[in-house]
Design a protein around this ligand. Sequence first.
Ligand code: PBG
Length: 326
Amino acid sequence: MDMTRRPRRLRTDGVRPLVRETELSASDLIAPVFVDATADERVPIETMPGHERVPVGDAVSRVEEVLETGVEAVMVFGIPESKDERGSRAWAEDGVVQRAVRDVTAETDAYVITDVCLCEYTSHGHCGVLEETAETDPDLTVRNDETLELLSKTAVSHARAGADMVAPSSMTDGMVGAIREALDDEGHSEIPVMSYAAKFESAFYGPFRDAADGAPAFGDRRHYQMDPANAREARREVALDVEEGADVLMVKPALPYLDVVRQVREDYDHPVAAYNVSGEYAMLHAAAEKGWLNLEEVAAESLLSIKRAGADLILTYFAEDVADRL
Ligand code: PBG
């Protein structure tokens, strides 16, 4: 055996920490929080063990729980009291996210990011204004440019409520530019935009759609979210968001798309975010429940691998559990 080729020398307990390349820290993590205007008390989310939808009055205590674990940032999702064709509760001054964000920013030090989308607010569950032919022509469901205006109003209303950052997730062409312009016009030029830049049409969103009640009533999101087969197209999508002024670039989901995370990392100097989505959380929980995987270990390993691939920020339902043990 050639004694010069012994990588195992660097794997002893003493030296391993010195040569470790990637370290997870609570400050990398963003915890998603669900606020439900229809709830009087906390409602467990069955498909996402350990997570709950909380009433608006509990938003502050929910965020305080997150802060106690060392995680300093939250992503707020809202379930409105009512839905309509255009999703008008998304930009209402007294909407669920607006009310929760006002309370949370007044009473905690959390860094508050809001998801900007219409699918939880529209009666049909799509991420924008529908074409009249939507039910019969699944290739042409959402009216892109009309939707931009509604997303812009929503982002501005979140900023007015005190959001620190907005995160458009609807995959509407031009959404970053439209939102940036609207924020600037309203005096919110200090608010960064984290774009869900490469968001794939993924079956891993299933549990979230139950949690946020945002599943499309018909059809799917194939003509606005990206084809899971396409990494080169992701490069073009991300380039557009960069041109439009995105401050943070997100890839979503995370684990099945680590090649895309790495690609964005190499292409840009922007901070890269990855969304470890509901299905990625649910599948580990389900296997752990059967005793087939050790939940703590696979959760930490998953997040570490996302960071190793190049993500600076990780949105994850594991945020609190993993941070608690760091
Ligand atoms: C809203 C939105 C979705 C997710 C985040 N924002 C759902 C979707 O696109 O269907 C998914 C998050 C997750 O699965 O954890 N558009």
